[in-house]
Structures are given as C-alpha cells and as structure tokens.
Design a protein around this ligand. Structure first.
Ligand code: GSH
Length: 233
C-alpha cells in the first residue's frame, strides 16, 4: 500500500504510526501541498493528505476512515473490544485529531499573546485527557491502542518544541507527561516520520517568523503564566 504524505502533517503521522505499530509494509509518496499534482487531486476528494492507496488501487481519504480501515483490515491492536469501548476509543482519538490544527497554529504563533491564547485552547484538551489517564503505561492498559497513536503526534511535537525552544505546552499535568514519555519510548514517533522530520518541523515552526522560534529558549524564556516548569521560566 502507499501513503500520500506531507512530511510534517500530523494526520499522516497518525496513520503511519499505526502502520508501524502493526509492522505493515507501506510506501510513501511526498507531495507539495502548495502545488498539488493533478493525479493527487483526482484521487483526493478533499485535496488533503493522508491518502492511502490500497494494494487493489483504491484510494482512501480522511485519517479517521483510514485508521479504521487499517484497524479492521489487519490484526486489531485491541481485539475483542466491546462496541462501547470502540466508541469510547474513537471519541478520545477524536479529541486528539481535532486538536492537531490547534497545536499547529499555537506553534506558529507570531507573538506571546497569541501563543498564550492558543496554548490555552490546547490546554483544555490536555486537561480532559489528564483526568482520563490512569496508572497504566498506555491509555487503555498494558498495550498500545488507537487512542495512544492519535495522541502520539501531539505529544511528539510537544517534546520537540520543549527540547528546542524550552516552551512546555504540557505544563503541570503529570499523567500526561508520564504518558508522553511512555509513548516516545516505544520508538514509534521516530519510525513514523521521515529521517529529517525534526529539521523540517523546526524549520517551519521554530523559524524567525514564529514567537517560539525567535525568543523562547530555556535561558531567556519570559513566559510567566503558561510555563509551568522551572527549566523554562
Ligand atoms: N480531516 C483531514 C485533515 C487532513 C489535513 O488537514 N491535511 C492537511 C495537511 S496536515 C492538508 O492536506 N492540507 C492541504 C489543504 O487543506 O489544502 C484528515 O483527517 O485526514
């Protein structure tokens, strides 16, 4: 199968992380979103990545639908889930994916006020998941689930931002921090992106056009309210 991709797209990473978690072979084709090729527009009704092209040549779009297809077409990550548990998992995954663009826009904030405003929005989602997390390594127990993979992309990006700029999107949410560490330790974050992902991501989100790229370093970060770690503030 093939995934039509854009290097720093979180919706794509959610799909490739699932393929990696299931050890499924796939090819990647990167496209430019500024200059979308006609063959892509012909198979992608919404003009967006990811698109998965099955071995039979069928093009699937929308990451939610693609994830469901992969989960059903190959041995399930969590077999024998009840319908209620499946619906619950979908809902918690949806909370992640509907915040991908919130995180993207927060990372691109041009100034401190905008960053605070957008971080707060992301923080509402973080508060909800923090309350839901238990003491298990993964969201629903000892093994990785679709919910873990939906949140992996957000937590991966938050980790890169913190390491490179000093700004901590997660703040004082200990369960979320622990979960982030656990998910990153699986190696799926790196496996699900291109080798130069971190450079490409930082080039876009930590450039001199963004507030995070211009100023917030561990040494000089001036945030007072949203930064909850001693290392940053
Ligand atoms: N709802 C879509 C969102 C995908 C999406 O927003 N992809 C972005 C890249 S991260 C894209 O292709 N943007 C190009 C465009 O909207 O023209 C999904 O879940 O697959």
């Amino acid at each position: 199968m093939k995934i039509v991709s854009f290097k720093i797209c979180p919706f794509v990473q959610r799909v490739t992380a699932l393929l990696e978690a299931k050890n499924i072979d796939y090819k990647l084709e990167f496209i430019s979103l500024r200059d979308k090729p006609q063959w892509f527009l012909d198979i992608s009704p919404n003009g967006q990545v990811p698109v998965l092209i099955t071995d039979k040549g069928k093009a699937l779009f929308e990451s939610d639908a693609i994830v469901e297809y992969i989960e059903e077409a190959f041995p399930a990550l969590q077999p024998e889930l009840s319908l209620e548990d499946k619906a619950t998992n979908r809902a918690w995954s949806y909370l992640a994916s509907k915040n991908y663009l919130v995180q993207c826009s927060a990372q691109r904030s041009p100034n401190e006020n905008v960053l605070m405003e957008r971080s707060q929005k992301l923080g509402h989602a973080f508060d909800k998941i923090e309350k839901q997390l238990g003491d298990t390594p993964f969201f629903a127990g000892e093994t990785i689930s679709l919910v873990d993979l939906a949140w992996l992309t957000i937590l991966h990006r938050a980790d890169i931002i913190q390491r490179r700029s000093g700004y901590d999107f997660i703040g004082n949410r200990p369960k979320l921090k622990k979960w982030q560490k656990q998910l990153l330790a699986t190696g799926l974050a790196e496996k699900s992106v291109a080798p130069d992902f971190e450079e490409a991501f930082s080039g876009f989100y930590l450039s001199d056009q963004t507030f995070l790229g211009r100023g917030c370093t561990v040494e000089n970060c001036s945030f007072s309210e949203a930064c909850a770690t001693d290392a940053c503030c």
